[in-house]
Design a binder for this molecule. Structure first.
Ligand SMILES: [Zn+2]
Length: 142
């Protein structure tokens, strides 16, 4: 059976300090090819193919964590708006068949941190910056 990349992240707590938050039900990591600056993924600890396969308790919890991150993105990254979404099935744009929730901050014109390129692979500096800006804000809020 093929290795599931999100199972691997959830069980090994990510690689190289990618994990921004974790508890007994989920982990939060930066999206490797972010749609916008600060895009994170809330990933279930247990493998479910998508949201429809997951118990309601897990879904509710993951959206609560997504809310914490959305607030942190507003407060610490200066986001003006946020998308919270989950894709169910390849035709809906789901790339990895393991339940995850996207939390994507959106910025007013000129307010996005400079030098950010959408959909480019993230760097170690970017990882460190997100960890510094988001982990503390989430810890304070939770
Ligand atoms: Zn998995």
């Amino acid at each position: 059976m093929e290795e599931c990349v999100f199972c691997s992240i959830a069980s090994h707590h990510g690689k190289g300090g990618d994990v921004l938050y974790k508890d007994d039900k989920c982990v939060v990591v930066p999206d490797l090819y972010p749609s916008d600056y600060g895009h994170v993924l809330v990933i279930s600890k247990v493998h479910y193919a998508n949201m429809l396969e997951a118990p309601d308790e897990i879904i509710c919890h993951m959206f609560e964590v997504a809310k914490l991150f959305a607030k942190a993105q507003e407060k610490s990254l200066g986001a003006a708006a946020v998308n919270i979404s989950t894709n169910i099935g390849a035709l809906a744009g789901q790339l990895i068949m393991h339940f995850h929730v996207h939390v994507i901050p959106r910025y007013a014109n000129g307010k996005r941190p400079s030098g950010f390129k959408k959909h480019s692979e993230i760097t170690d500096e970017y990882r460190a910056e997100l960890k510094r800006l988001l982990s503390d804000a989430v810890r304070d809020a939770s």
